[in-house]
Design a protein around this ligand. Sequence first.
Ligand code: ATP
Ligand code: ZN
Length: 734
Amino acid sequence: MSDNKYEFNPNEFNPNEFNDPNNRNNNNRPNGGNNNKKKGQTIMSFVFMALIALFIVSLVTSRFSSYNKKETDYSDFLAELDKHNIATVEFSSAQINYTLVKDDSANYEITYYTGRIVSDETALMERLKTEKTSDDKPIEIRATVPDNTSTWIVNILSMVIPFILFWFLISLLMKKMGGGSMGVGKSNAKVYVEKSTGVTFKDVAGQDEAKETLQEMVDFLNNPGRYRQIGAKLPKGALLVGPPGTGKTLLAKAVAGEAGVPFFSLAGSDFVEMFVGVGASRVRDLFKEAQKMAPCIIFIDEIDAIGKSRDSRYGGGNDEREQTLNQLLAEMDGFDTSKGILILAATNRPEVLDKALLRPGRFDRRVIVDKPDQKGRLETLKVHAKDVHMDESVDLDALALASAGLVGSDLANIINEAAINAVKHRRKFVNQSDLFEAFELVAVGGKEKKDRVMSDKERKIVAYHEVGHALVSALQKNSEPVQKITIVPRTMGALGYTLQTPEEEKFLQTKEELIAKINTYMAGRAAEMLVFESATSGAANDIESATKIARAMVTMYGMSDTFGMMALATVENQYLDGKAGLICGEDTAALIDKEVLSIINKAYDDAMQMLIENREILDKISEYLFQKETITGKEFMKMFREMKGLPDEEPDENAKKLESFFAEEHAKQDEAAKEAETAPEPEMFEPEVQPEENTSVFQDVAPTKSGNYNESEMVWHNGRFVKKDDLRDDMFEE
Ligand SMILES: Nc1ncnc2c1ncn2[C@@H]1O[C@H](COP(=O)(O)OP(=O)(O)OP(=O)(O)O)[C@@H](O)[C@H]1O
Ligand SMILES: [Zn+2]
């Protein structure tokens, strides 16, 4: 199947082209719409030019015709009459035009004109009829209905032209803004229609539940009759809900591909325009076109852009969006399901959607497209690795294990980055270290930046900080194993990091595990304070992450002593950053802060205590890291166990896989050293990536001036260093 994707304007699209069975595989098909549009535009500009030309011509002629006309007073007219100087007189409806007996000095004849004085006219006529000109000819008298055609045209045109000009400018402006060009109401939104998407459920890895639900929809598109016969109401739409990059768009395409029907797609934000009413008319157009092509699928991405609740809490109350939404609801109610139109919509903020959208007969089915589990990740990796030449040694299993928390698009990205890496190293096959580097790029963010010059003092601080994290983690039962510790700075600002990955998929976290995590976060700063007695700004990320966990424990997980199981916050956008909104009074909010602070402070104390008790190990491993710059979790654990006098643990299968995956680090370093001499490094594009949540990265950012506290500003209080400014009276109360 070919991947045929077209952009088209539904207004000028000729649906018959789609219905022509002989035309099925004609790739040029919908361009007819484009040609029509072009033709229309040329005609319009032609008419426009013609009008302008006419206007100019008539202006010029009227100019010329008034060129030899001269206004005079009635008394002048009478005076000339007295002098027998008048040759012709012409009465028109409002004026008297007259010419004089030919004056030889003038090389053209001037027509004079003056107003009529009706009361005087009988006498005047008498005179004109009887009197003669100076050269003894009778005065020529005429009465004409004036020929006003030319002035009439000018008048009309002078009224119409500004309109046309105005309209022309507006449409130019709208085209600039990406709106409609031939009139405000018409749709020029980017609707994509693909006759066959070429995507099937096989291309979507994992997401088995979502596929199962959608399989029903496919069946309904294929056999609408079967459902109708038994009297079942056919579903009109389904809402695909999940975090970004999990494959919602891909699934929608797969439904179209499986059912073999055309796929209309556009983004919700395309509907919302500056002008009220544009969005609504776009919705109308879209449905009109879709009905002509039924059976088909309409896919609306980011439906929250139009479907946002009209409730003002979510920033509702926008006229344009409301109209668009109303139109969408009306269309959904209006169309006939038996034709086989299915509307799929995607969002990662289902909570902001207007309830009306979710009522039966609209998007009444919700399909959750969540982050993949380990199996899902492995399948996704396999799908994307299918067309990439992979070295035999490559173990996608280990990568799937290590990449907890990443979504489908991240995984696709890893495979692609790995392939780019292989090319960069002039290899024909992607090997494990390419994958590892790509994984780090996506999971941690940025690339190694070895040329960044840091002082030994700074590197030492970073080394202690990182080993602090790793050591406290290793000292606790409930923490995840350390996989890598490094003090090589990265391009996105990290000066070093400690990477931990769970050995198995976890769906629940216990209070002990959360506490262990907070302790581990605190350990970086604690190590700095213990050894250098001074804090750096490097712990900013640690502090933020730790506070987030502590706050969730208090407000949502029911894990605090003060509040117990009282709900104090609700998650506002579960599928994005999981931001929570407080649902409590101000007094309670202050108490929450206090509770969060006490959790953090206790964690800091505990971490400090653990480091003090294991100072020797801290010093040794930090020194080792300082020398080597990067060590694997395996190396770290070996040193740790030896010094602790612990027996070697036989790692389980998953642990072994992860170990070997992260051990690639060494292979990579050796290889890089070799290659550095030979191959010149081409510039590589770097995608912007965010560190992910599940795989814990204790990443430490470069210090900034404002955040760099020196010793004198810190005081030791209640068993920890605190910033002098932060010392409050109430801290001494306990
Ligand atoms: N389950 C999956 N199987 C295979 N590939 C996937 C999967 N999920 C995501 N991908 C890859 O990630 C890319 C982006 O996915 P897609 O655009 O469908 O995500 P989305 O959920 O619609 O994201 P958004 O909410 O940001 O629009 C896909 O083109 C595909 O390459
Ligand atoms: Zn840290």
